[in-house]
Design a binder for this molecule. Sequence first.
Ligand code: GDP
Length: 173
Amino acid sequence: MREEEVEVAIKVVVVGNGAVGKSSMIQRYCKGIFTRDYKKTIGVDFLERQIEIDGEEVRLMLWDTAGQEEFDAITKAYYRGAQACVLTFSTLDRESFEAIESWKKKVEDEVGEIVMVLVQNKIDLIDDAVVHTSEAEELAKKLKLRFYPTSVKENLNVEEVFRYLATKYLERL
Ligand code: GDP
């Protein structure tokens, strides 16, 4: 049994190819904002937000790669101690979808099996989709992951992604 009143903190890493919307997702979830400007957060390791799950206070620390993914040089510090992971790809970027399994492996090689979720972002641009939701659902089934289509822009399913991770994490404690 866990003690009452003890705050649970979860380190969440948001991974995926560049420009799929990782920084935007973190900003949206932690600050409630969305910006069209492609600007990288520099010097910030993570943003955080506290939520309540079944009466339990949970602090989510969302780590941003700050653009390092493009150089395949994400430091070990980024992954260290991660307890949950968002595997992200974009509706408009086929390569980002095909990279999901290698992102999953990269995370698992560093920190072992942790709670993960598959996210298809930019679902608001579904009319221009190069990856269909049915393909993502198939991949999720194969990898035994929960799948969420999201729009960070329209604030669709973003809350649900992190609530799911936190709930799953608590179940494992
Ligand atoms: P990162 O490199 O994965 O961190 O991606 P960014 O968060 O920098 O986002 C890349 C671009 O996609 C930015 O111009 C964002 O404004 C845009 N973007 C992010 N999420 C969405 C979304 O859900 N819908 C649309 N239309 N654009 C998005």
